[in-house]
Design a protein around this ligand. Structure first.
Ligand code: CMC
Length: 431
């Protein structure tokens, strides 16, 4: 973060305060207000953090106006096309693309940490069968801190490294187990001769009575979905992980907090909500009715999979996802899938509509991911767990970056108090 030697002057009442302006390598400059309260006795007010940079970071950059997403400088479409998920994990975690030897070692490390402690199986059995797999994941990932004591000391760099690998390696196993439990099938143990995505598909779809043959095109599509969800700058769940971590909480607790935040329909839960919406619309002739509802201020309905806080242009992940959806559906021989037809027509009509154009609402990553996952055989309840699995590396990378920052402080926002001012307690008989 270079100091431009520029300052901004804030004048209010009889005070005038000089605030430093800091410049990043890309994106808007920031006004450093850290000393504002000390010097001016005022806070800034920004609910929803629409104009607030909460940290500095070297991991992911988004230009929302241009629809650009870079991981460590590399565009997401290039990574989705040419790289693979574990290589992207390495890039996010360590900052550079790995050499052949480095990626081999990294893949070996991740592959050899895919099993979970056998005793953890009992946790799953404690949940109701109809529990949402996200509920199960929040609980089980949080419970990892009760099992992996040798990787919870955040002041020890080696332990941080072990926790990172464990989380990336075990998340597919945990997500697949949450799924298997919810449908009453036995857990399937990971297989180390399979790549990351194939292993996950097999753990979800194999049964003891019948081996699951992983289709390489589907495993490539799965890998690409993981890549497209790997990190996304300071979104709600990542900020939750950072805030939890700022108190010194252990990594498993922090990631469990991130999973809980991701679940909401405005964030990672949108992929499930989007497919359910497309199914509810059902046929293309009903689309205008839903578009009218989305535009009606008196109706809380929103087009799921549309709009983004940062992107005011196409979400670059959605563009890759759409292409991938076409490939997968063609492979499965279901190009005439009615849900896809509704999705394509809805996208077309919404983009032509002045309401969406004026508000710069474009399809986001969740608009097409559900269609692919559905075609692969996943129920909608598994869409958000898959997002959580893939985002784990982003959370972990941001967590590692934050912990190594010598300026780390506990996150402690302030407020604009609107409640009663001080008053005296009144005994119950006098109220
Ligand atoms: N359908 C209809 N109107 C919308 C939509 C939508 N999907 N999204 C935003 N608007 C309108 C909103 O009503 C508001 O109108 P007005 O200015 O007249 O009050 C305006 O657009 C701005 O919306 P906002 O809620 O102030 O914007 P935000 O940046 O706070 O919210 C969002 C961003 C993603 C939560 C929102 O666009 C949304 O709810 N989208 C649907 C859910 C969704 O697809 N979420 C996934 C996001 S991408 C993956 C991820 O982050 O996990």
């Amino acid at each position: 973060m270079a100091d431009t030697s520029k300052t901004a002057t804030l004048t209010f009442g009889d005070k005038s305060i000089e605030l430093p302006v800091l410049e990043g390598t890309a994106g808007p400059n920031v006004i450093d207000i850290r000393k504002l309260y000390g010097q001016g006795g005022v806070f800034t007010y920004d609910p929803g953090f629409t104009s607030t940079a909460a940290c500095d970071s070297e991991i992911t950059y988004i230009d929302g106006d241009e629809g650009i997403l870079l991981h460590r400088g590399y565009p997401i479409d290039q990574l989705a096309e040419k790289s693979h998920f574990l290589e992207v994990c390495y890039l996010l975690l360590y900052g550079e693309l790995p050499t052949g030897e480095q990626i081999e070692k990294f893949e070996h490390l991740v592959t050899n940490h895919t099993m979970i402690h056998e005793q953890m199986h009992y946790f799953f059995r404690g949940f109701r069968r109809d529990a949402h797999p996200m509920a199960t994941m929040v609980g089980v990932v949080g419970a990892m801190s009760a099992f992996y004591h040798d990787s919870t000391d955040i002041s020890d760099e080696h332990q941080r490294e072990v926790a990172s690998i464990r989380l990336i390696a075990k998340m597919p196993t945990i997500a697949a187990m949450a799924y298997k439990y919810s449908i009453g099938q036995p857990f399937v143990y990971p297989r180390n001769d399979l790549d990351y995505a194939s292993n996950f598909l097999r753990m979800c779809f194999s049964v003891p009575a019948e081996e699951y043959q992983v289709n390489p095109i589907l495993s490539r599509a799965m890998d690409r979905i993981f890549t497209l969800h790997a990190d996304h700058e300071q979104n709600a769940s990542t900020s939750t992980v950072r805030l939890a971590s700022s108190s010194g909480a252990n990594p498993f607790a922090c990631i469990a907090a991130g999973i809980a935040c991701l679940w909401g329909p405005a964030h990672g839960g949108a992929n499930q909500a989007c497919l359910e919406m497309l199914r509810e619309i059902g046929t293309v002739d009903r689309i205008p009715e839903y578009i009218a509802r989305a535009k009606d201020k008196n109706d809380p309905f929103r087009l799921m999979g549309f709009g983004h806080r940062v992107y005011k242009n196409f979400d670059p992940r959605a563009t890759v996802m759409k292409k991938s959806a076409d490939e997968v559906l063609e492979l499965m021989g279901i190009e005439n899938n009615p849900t896809l037809q509704v999705a394509k027509e809805l996208e077309r009509l919404a983009l032509e509509d002045p309401y969406f154009a004026e508000k710069k609402l474009y399809p986001n990553v969740d608009f097409y991911s559900g269609i692919i996952l559905d075609a692969m055989g996943f129920p909608t309840s598994m869409f958000t767990p898959i997002f959580a699995l893939a985002r784990t590396v982003g959370w972990i990378s941001q967590w590692k970056e934050q912990i190594s920052d010598p300026q780390l402080k506990i996150g402690r926002p302030r407020q604009l108090y609107q409640g009663p001012t001080q008053r005296d307690y009144v005994d119950v008989e006098n109220r």
